[in-house]
Ligand binder design. Structure first.
Ligand code: FES
Length: 103
């Protein structure tokens, strides 16, 4: 679990509960996605965050970090998105073993 949010407009990958996740900071609000593009199953880490849209670094497809929905081709299927909230200077992510992503 990351100790704190990255700077606004930035992302940071992390690993928890057996999942590779990506923490995104949009104007101080945390959003967490699986760090795996639904197009070619490669990491989204390193992609450019522009508002709520995260650009995949491999082919330039886009995902809406609020719910993981596809926003630009070639991404056509959602990426798993997980509820997250700030807790002081840390971020909590809801990842119970039986949790289903919001998408
Ligand atoms: S792997 Fe992400 S758009 Fe192709």
């Amino acid at each position: 679990m990351p100790a704190s949010l990255p700077e606004p407009g930035r992302t940071i990958p992390f690993h928890v509960a057996g999942r590779d996740l990506l923490l995104c900071n949009v104007d101080g609000v945390p959003y967490v996605l699986d760090d795996r593009c639904s197009h070619a199953r490669t990491p989204l880490a390193g992609g450019r965050l522009c508002g709520f849209l995260l650009e995949c670094p491999l082919h330039g497809g886009r995902v809406d970090v609020r719910d993981g929905s596809p926003a630009a081709a070639p991404v056509r299927r959602p990426v798993a998105a997980w509820p997250a909230r700030r807790a002081g200077d840390r971020v909590e992510v809801a990842l119970p073993a039986t949790a289903e992503p919001r998408t």
